[in-house]
Design a protein around this ligand. Structure first.
Ligand code: KG4
Ligand code: ZN
Length: 345
């Protein structure tokens, strides 16, 4: 089986070709960072236009790199949501057109399921597994029982963790996107210099909160001597923030492991996915949490943690194998929870 994947839900335009033998035959990502940088965040209208400008050329190049023709594909998969709707429409529309023109099935993929199932492409992880999904829009702990089968154990009650990284970077003048910039600044910093809060640490359940931590970083920054931040202060504040995030993720994940163990006794795999999973400090900390609880951490390589289309093609393959294809009347979804029962609760 060989599938074309298209990803356009945020600020990366991506196209990839993947096989069911877990081979990534092509994976291209065109970042729109430069277009959004002047605004310090992703501007939906600019994103949609940029996807429209580059997507067809990117798909053509991915097919060339993979040395395959459209008619030889088993399906065309595209992110159907959740995300910025203008961009999702661009990707879904092209995918449907290619599927229709070449008489191939179309598969609408949930972007979050793309992140969730990447570990099965990279490491052939078996169901069930415990997933910490940490991205720009989400921070959730989920029991993953199968394709389309998720039970949410915890979620953020305010900001997503990637959003907290991005906002802290903006406050500290570290630029956009924030996650990699904070991680780089933190490398030279002292994580013990600033005593920042660890929201919900030690509380029952596996929910997260980051807005109080973000405010504490702002207050600490404002309390520094006026004028430009010194490099030392910046590094120490970034490192202290990252250490607080690591403590919170570790504590909440430990709680979720206990919950997961009760419902899925033989389970041994903890997976971390989503853009924030590219962070080396957080990965190391989660590996330690997993090891101390007799679990193994699986973290995809950083380029497959941040947004890409290989994960969409792979999730497309997983769905296709189960006969789960979509009609050309599929409507792009701005919201699309993995566990709708939890969302409705
Ligand atoms: O999964 P992703 O690429 O897009 C979404 O679906 O949201 O995640 C993007 C988020 C951004 O908030 C970005 O700042 C964060 O992931 N991120 C990181 C790192 N690389 C990306 N956060 C912390 N450390 C990183 N190295
Ligand atoms: Zn994502």
């Amino acid at each position: 089986m060989i599938v074309l994947g298209i990803e356009t839900s945020c600020d990366e335009t991506a196209a990839a070709v993947v096989t069911d033998a877990r081979a990534i035959r092509a994976s291209l990502v065109a970042s729109q960072l430069d277009a959004h940088r002047p605004y310090g965040g992703v501007v939906p209208e600019i994103a949609a236009r940029a996807h429209l400008d580059v997507l067809d050329g990117l798909v053509r190049r991915a097919l060339e790199d993979a040395d395959i023709r459209l008619g030889e594909l088993d399906a065309v998969a595209a992110t159907g949501g959740p995300g910025l709707i203008g961009g999702v429409i661009v990707g879904v529309t092209l995918a449907k057109a290619l599927a229709l023109a070449h008489d191939r099935p179309f598969v609408a993929v949930n972007h979050l399921e793309g992140h969730a199932l990447t570990c099965r492409l990279t490491d052939a992880v078996e169901f069930p597994f415990l997933l910490l999904l940490v991205s720009g829009g989400h921070c959730q702990l989920l029991a993953v029982e199968g394709v389309g089968r998720y039970t949410r154990l915890g979620t953020t009650i305010d900001d997503a963790v990637g959003e907290a990284f991005d906002k802290v970077a903006k406050m500290l003048g570290l630029g956009f996107p924030g996650g990699p910039a904070v991680e780089a600044a933190a490398r030279a910093g002292d994580p013990r210099r600033f005593d920042l809060p660890r929201p919900l640490l030690g509380r029952p359940g596996a929910d997260f909160s980051f807005s109080g931590l973000k405010t504490a970083v702002r207050l600490a920054a404002e309390a520094l001597p006026p004028g430009d931040f010194q490099a030392r202060d910046l590094a120490d504040l970034a490192a202290s923030f990252q250490a607080a995030v690591a403590d919170v993720l570790a504590d909440r994940t430990r709680r979720a492991i206990a919950m997961f163990r009760k419902s899925h006794p033989p389970a041994t795999t903890l997976v971390v996915a989503g853009g924030v999973a590219a962070n080396q400090t957080l990965r190391a900390r989660l590996a330690a949490v997993a090891a101390s609880d007799g679990m193994t951490l699986v973290a995809p390589p950083p380029a497959l943690c941040t947004d890409n289309a290989a994960m969409i093609a792979w999730a497309g393959i997983e769905r296709l194998r189960l006969g789960l294809t979509d009609g050309l009347d599929f409507a792009p979804r701005p919201r699309w929870p993995l566990d709708p029962r939890a969302e409705a609760a």
